[in-house]
Design a protein around this ligand. Structure first.
Ligand SMILES: [Zn+2]
Length: 207
């Protein structure tokens, strides 16, 4: 599994291109902006995009979605909780589309030799997910290196994100962590140093 990070747009959203090196079949995670940057990388490396995954529906993670989808024809996977009906336009959520595949907790998608499994990790938004593949977690805006996503936008909930962070921290073994913004990390590192994970533990122990 080869992971390419492309920070795109003025919020530097991490768009990840995950590739099975043997078949060159790939997945695009969060085409946040700059469809040309994303499509150029795919073309230059002769990749075969088979799916587009959305960690959550905020605009900075989906602005290049229509362009990338049109060019690749790849199916889109997203949580239904993060899309809204066309009449209800909002900056912060993706607009409903009949062709989307709505995934839920525990669903898996296989591309080449890679199997991706969904964990629902709400808190930053209602439909935020973490995507797990082998020993890698794509955490979107749920878990960042040393931090976590904001919870003051519509659908955000501090109590929920703390629970989601605990779920991640309680996974067995270590993982590489690829967040929606900023540098990558490891789960062990975040278990030790992430303030929000430790705060969530303290809150739980108090109950
Ligand atoms: Zn977000």
């Amino acid at each position: 599994m080869l992971i390419k990070t492309l920070p795109v747009g003025h919020l530097e959203t991490n768009c990840y291109i995950v590739t099975d090196e043997n078949t060159l079949e790939s997945v695009i995670i969060d085409p946040g902006a700059e469809s040309n940057t994303i499509l150029n990388y795919i073309e230059e490396n002769g990749l075969k995009p088979k799916a587009i995954f959305i960690t959550h529906g905020h605009f900075d993670h989906v602005t290049a979605l229509s362009g990338v989808r049109e060019a690749t024809g790849a199916p889109v996977y997203v949580s239904k909780k993060d899309v809204c009906p066309p009449g209800l336009r909002t900056m912060h959520r993706l607009i409903e589309d009949d062709s989307f595949n709505y995934w839920k907790e525990g669903d898996s998608v296989t591309v080449g030799s890679m199997t991706f499994t969904v964990m629902e990790t709400p808190g930053h938004s209602r439909g935020s997910v973490t995507i797990r593949c082998e020993d890698v977690l794509f955490t979107g805006d749920t878990l960042f290196r040393d931090s976590c996503g904001r919870t003051d936008l519509e659908g955000g909930d501090m109590g929920q994100i703390l629970e989601s962070l605990l779920r991640l921290a309680d996974l067995e073994g270590d993982f590489e962590v690829y967040p929606g913004h900023g540098d990558s990390s490891t789960l062990d590192r975040e278990r030790r140093f992430n303030y929000y994970i430790n705060y969530a533990r303290m809150q739980k122990e108090r109950k």
